[in-house]
Design a protein around this ligand. Structure first.
Ligand SMILES: *[C@@H]1O[C@H](CO)[C@@H](O)[C@H](O)[C@H]1NC(C)=O
Ligand SMILES: *[C@@H]1O[C@H](CO)[C@@H](O)[C@H](O)[C@H]1NC(C)=O
Ligand SMILES: *[C@@H]1O[C@H](CO)[C@@H](O)[C@H](O)[C@H]1NC(C)=O
Ligand SMILES: *[C@@H]1O[C@H](CO)[C@@H](O)[C@H](O)[C@H]1NC(C)=O
Length: 341
């Protein structure tokens, strides 16, 4: 038999998919790895076969024909998922852990994505970005995230996560952004987060939860660019945060509004990189310190609804401050409020 006749016989006998894998020379450069494809199809099924993933079918090539993902053209492995505003209904299946080359998992704004982050997620050793805000995830912020050492960006804001913030997150050597805003988290802010060492600066968002206790003193070592702890029940003296910007070339933005902070503002020291500071709706007392007027970068300052007293400094940020940022204190006086007696 001639070789071409053998081939034709084979083609009659074998199902088309098997034939493709038997003849690798006939393949285009990027053909989806079958293990990755299987994992994604399982994921799709557990999400109720959503319309947004309609291109994910068994008989098409996931590297070239599927939406919402990227594939490495050299080896056909899935490197990122980008699912937005999906009608997915269900939870992430354990097969998410069977995508060993995944570095970016974006699954956002899908209100019927429920359930916990599965333990198998911890198998994704290359994962750098976990961006899953505006879903309906429940369960804890898993402690295993602290063992996924490549993670640099975590955003699981606007979900229904409960329980404590795992101290293990402080071990992540690359972590640059941690956003857990608007969940149902309780307990104290782990002191271990003060060990985060990303030299280019750290973004922390824990607003709109049920966090209690103080800002850990260890936070004085952080290189913070932006921190939002607003709308919790945080107590004590957070002024270690006000100096953190000194380590950075970036502007420092701090929102501590609507907490139960109680400290003497006149004793605090401030970084010259301070750009925005919101302390409204707390129990801050003492005078407004004059050095705040000397910080050139300071653009926005909100001190309303506190227990402050005494004369408002003049110059700098106070040239443009409005009454709204000073009202409802104990006995503040001077521009833009009525003069001191
Ligand atoms: C989520 O589920 C509800 C109830 O089944 C449904 O009405 C709604 O359209 C779903 N949302 C999306 C974005 O699919
Ligand atoms: C993280 O998620 C929140 C909520 O959607 C969003 O406001 C914020 O911009 C996100 N952060 C970044 C850096 O993308
Ligand atoms: C502010 O700086 C002064 C002088 O360096 C220091 O004595 C004081 O303890 C600092 N205050 C706070 C609250 O860190
Ligand atoms: C300062 O806080 C008050 C009270 O919450 C609010 O009305 C005002 O808009 C805030 N100002 C700025 C600039 O955020």
């Amino acid at each position: 038999m001639s070789p071409s006749l053998v081939l034709r016989r084979l083609m009659q006998l074998l199902p088309p998919l098997l034939l493709i894998s038997a003849l690798p020379t006939a393949l285009p450069a990027a053909t989806c790895n079958p293990d990755d494809k299987r994992a994604l199809l399982q994921l799709k099924k557990a999400l109720g076969d959503p319309h947004t993933l309609v291109t994910w079918t068994a008989d098409t090539d996931c590297c070239t024909q599927w939406f919402a993902m990227d594939c490495d053209p050299n080896n056909g492995r899935i490197t990122s998922l980008h699912i937005y505003e999906s009608d997915a209904a269900g939870s992430l299946s354990s097969s998410i852990g069977d995508l060993p080359y995944l570095d970016t998992l974006t699954f956002r704004m899908s209100p019927n994505l429920t359930g916990p982050l599965p333990p198998e997620l911890s198998k994704l050793a290359k994962l750098q970005t976990l961006w899953m805000d505006w879903n309906s995830l429940t369960g804890p912020v898993p402690a295993f995230l602290g063992r996924m050492t490549r993670l640099s960006y975590i955003n699981i804001s606007f979900n229904k996560l409960s329980g404590f913030i795992p101290p293990s997150l402080g071990q992540l050597p690359q972590l640059m952004a941690l956003y857990l805003d608007d969940n149902r988290l309780k307990g104290t802010i782990p002191a271990s987060l003060g060990r985060l060492r990303r030299p280019t600066g750290i973004y922390i968002g824990l607003s709109h939860n049920h966090l209690t206790g103080p800002v850990p003193p260890s936070f004085k070592n952080l290189n913070i660019i932006r921190i939002d702890l607003s709308r919790n029940q945080i107590s004590g003296d957070p002024s270690v945060l006000f100096k953190t910007g000194d380590r950075s070339a970036m502007s420092l933005s701090i929102d501590l509004s609507r907490n139960q902070l109680e400290f003497d503002l006149s004793k605090a020291n401030f970084s010259s990189n301070l750009w925005r500071l919101d302390l409204s709706h707390n129990r801050v007392y003492g005078n407004i310190p004059a050095p705040l007027a000397a910080i050139e970068d300071l653009e926005s300052l909100n001190l309303s609804y506190n227990w402050l007293c005494g004369e408002i400094p003049q110059g700098g940020v106070f040239n443009q401050i409005s009454k709204l940022e000073l009202l409802h204190n104990k006995c503040l006086c001077g521009q833009p409020l009525p003069p001191c007696k």
